[in-house]
Design a protein. Structure first.
Length: 131
């Protein structure tokens, strides 16, 4: 396996270094510094491993099921949440969050055209791509 290169014994209470024979004493005498009976054994193990290898990974994005119909449904759902009136006073953080949510909504709505262009079954791609 490996070679033990370091074997230190110390008191688990105060960290006082102890003679290595204390690990085998029964009954164990108290620590001369704090009077505790617990010990901590610190082992250092050295080993050599010869190993070489390589790995090649190819990552490809999975086909997404977010066609224009799903995006439209998400946009409609988000709009119903945004369109609700606020009936409680809003903090600065809440106002900032609402602003961010509204901006995100408009970005999603803007990119709906990309899904419409990609969907050749709608018959609209050429007309929308010129805009």
């Amino acid at each position: 396996m490996g070679d033990i290169v370091q074997n230190d014994i110390s008191c688990s209470g105060c960290g006082q270094e102890l003679d290595p024979t204390w690990a085998h004493m029964s009954p164990r005498p108290p620590c001369p510094a704090c009077g505790g009976f617990g010990i901590a054994v610190h082992l250092g193990i050295a080993s050599e491993v010869d190993m070489a290898g390589s790995i090649n990974i190819v990552m490809q994005p999975q086909k997404s099921d977010r066609d224009w119909r799903r995006r439209w449904a998400e946009i409609e759902s988000e709009w119903t949440k945004i369109d609700r009136p606020y009936d409680t006073p809003m903090s600065g953080h809440a106002i900032h969050s609402a602003h961010h949510r509204l901006q995100s909504f408009y970005i999603q709505a803007f990119h709906l055209k990309d899904s419409l262009i990609a969907d050749a079954s709608t018959g609209w791609p050429q007309r929308l791509s010129k805009r």
